[in-house]
Design a protein around this ligand. Structure first.
Ligand SMILES: Nc1ncnc2c1ncn2[C@@H]1O[C@H](COP(=O)(O)OP(=O)(O)OP(=O)(O)O)[C@@H](O)[C@H]1O
Length: 271
């Protein structure tokens, strides 16, 4: 394992204070491809923060480095003031994560999965049982608690993973596309739980392609393109004079008329 070429000793950048997440110069290359290009970002504590960007912008890579899943080439990430790569156990105790490409213990039931993860987090058994009961109820999974996770639908998988992320009462939730491929009923449950979490003082950071969702839920947003943050601020600030966040996003990342040309053979009169 190589040492991170960043700040010396135990130096902690004082500007990280008051931020649920502070990113300083995070960088990741895959071969010649710079996926994340020296990103700096502050996420204020208590905010509902959206990270948006086109496919390949670097959102998953950034979130993976912040959650301790992918080692950065350079830079630091402070989660609730704790350096994620210097003190991973402490940082991970303060975060709940819904990663990209959910990998779950498929042969456990929903209840078994949560109970196992709760005990793994060293939460006392009786506390785990009480929290699992509540989480299954709130996530509308009580009836499916004895079903194997392998048999869960996409929405159920997202909900059980979100329940697992909440089990240890984290300060910050980091969610990669939490509502992707989720039906409206499950999506509503997830949205309600996330809003409750921020109302209780927690911070939610989510990546999404769905601007309407970000506009509805988030207080703040960062727009990422080609490995860099190209705009950050409150949703109103980033939207600016544009009619919607969607329009502001298209203006920021630039667009063309791809999708309009060609395909004449799709006209019904063509053979
Ligand atoms: N393990 C990897 N090996 C090589 N290249 C990678 C790897 N992971 C990501 N990349 C590349 O890094 C860039 C950023 O990818 P990333 O998945 O972080 O983007 P994203 O914004 O999350 O995209 P999407 O919205 O499509 O999920 C892309 O060009 C991608 O092809």
């Amino acid at each position: 394992m190589t040492a991170l070429p960043a700040y010396p000793g135990n130096y902690v950048d004082p500007s990280v204070e008051g931020n649920a997440l502070a990113i300083r110069g995070l960088q990741k290359k895959f071969g010649e491809k710079v996926a994340v290009d020296s990103v700096n970002l502050d996420v204020p504590a208590g905010s509902f923060f959206g990270l948006v960007g086109p496919n390949g912008a670097g959102k998953t890579t950034l979130l993976s480095m912040v959650t301790g899943l992918l080692r950065p080439d350079a830079g630091r990430a402070y989660l609730d003031g704790v350096d994620v790569w210097r003190d991973p156990a402490e940082a991970k105790g303060r975060m709940g994560v819904l990663p990209d490409g959910l990998k779950l213990f498929e042969r456990l039931s929903g209840r078994e999965l949560l109970t196992y993860l709760g005990r793994f987090r060293q939460i006392p058994a009786e506390v785990v049982t009480a929290r699992v009961d509540e989480l299954l109820e709130v996530m509308d999974l009580a009836e499916a608690e004895n079903k194997l996770v392998a048999d869960y639908s996409t929405g159920m998988r997202k909900k059980i993973t979100l329940a697992a992320a909440l089990l240890h009462s984290p300060k910050v939730l980091l969610l990669d596309e939490p509502l992707e491929a989720v039906d409206p009923v499950s999506a509503r449950v997830i949205r309600t739980v996330l809003k409750r979490f921020t109302r209780g003082g927690g911070t939610v950071i989510l990546s999404s392609h769905v601007m309407a969702l970000v506009e509805e839920l988030c207080s703040d947003v960062a727009v990422m393109a080609a490995g860099r943050i190209v705009a950050v601020g409150s949703v109103q600030e980033v939207r600016g004079a544009a009619a919607s966040l969607d329009d502001a996003f298209i203006d920021l990342i630039g667009t063309d008329h791809r999708g309009e040309g060609g395909l004449e053979w799709l006209q019904s009169s063509s053979v």
